[in-house]
Design a protein. Structure first.
Ligand SMILES: Cc1ncc(COP(=O)(O)O)c(C=O)c1O
Length: 245
């Protein structure tokens, strides 16, 4: 029989999420509710992340990759544009730039923080540069003051890759409201997990609306909003701490 690697000291553990009875109860309640897609629990999670980070708008997505990609589209990144980011990250950060047919431009990291070196950014800016994606590697925030100053001087968008950084603070401010858009991951190995999942937080309503619509393939109302009250009638148990109607 294959030995489980989960608690085997010969292997490095790949993700060790803390899953307690409360989480198990929520999953069972979701399955019993008959509504397993995006719905009121997703809305509650968005509200919780919004309340926690202080961001005005939160959009839950199926991954941080989707969050980064849709954020770039919301900012109007087009084929041929250049987007500056860090080479020391998960490949998803650069891939989303390619998904927009734009060009990733790498700026090296600082040895001490392993985050993008703001002092090297300006020499990589051209007339095609449209955005910067700083990556808060391992939850250590980038030097956002310097990055924001450069972005303002050159009229660039800032989309933070905060895949590792829910709960992190920069100069006392929670990651989630500093740049125009902040993207979190809730993948199995992350600080908190939904198995797979991501979220964008922003104070910009236009971006939030665009990302919501892009995530629904152009629809402005998800299935819960279209079908729950009139077309979908099975009895649903109440969700802890929220009003399901
Ligand atoms: C720095 C970084 N950015 C983006 C991602 C993509 O996150 P997701 O798996 O939720 O798409 C990851 C995932 O490992 C990551 O480590």
């Amino acid at each position: 029989m294959t030995k489980s690697v989960r608690n085997n000291p010969d292997f490095i553990t790949f993700g060790a999420p803390f899953i307690g009875q409360e989480e198990i109860n929520e999953v069972i309640a979701t399955l019993k509710s008959g509504w397993i897609g995006t719905g009121p629990r997703t809305a509650l999670f968005e509200k919780m992340v919004g309340d926690y980070t202080g961001a005005k708008f939160s959009r839950a997505l199926n991954s941080c990759t989707a969050a980064l990609h849709l954020s770039l589209l919301a900012c109007g990144i087009k084929p041929g544009d250049e987007v500056i980011t860090s080479p020391l990250t998960f490949v998803s950060t650069a891939n989303v730039i390619l998904h927009c047919n734009a060009k990733p431009v790498f700026v090296d990291v600082r040895r001490d923080t392993m985050n993008i070196n703001p002092d090297l950014i300006e020499e990589k800016i051209t007339s095609k540069t449209k955005a910067i994606i700083p990556v808060h590697l391992a939850g250590r925030p980038c030097e956002m003051d310097k990055i924001i100053k450069i972005a303002n001087n050159h009229r660039l968008h800032i989309i933070e890759d905060a895949a590792h950084a829910i709960g992190a603070k920069y100069k006392g401010e929670k990651i989630g409201t500093i740049g125009e858009l902040t993207c979190f991951s809730f993948y199995a190995t992350k600080n908190i997990t939904t198995s797979e999942g991501g979220m964008v937080t922003t104070d910009n309503k236009t971006y939030a609306n665009k990302i919501g619509i892009y995530s629904l393939h152009g629809l402005s109302r998800d299935a819960w909003k279209r079908y729950s009250t009139s077309g979908y009638n099975i009895t649903r148990p109440p969700i802890q701490g929220t009003n399901t109607t």
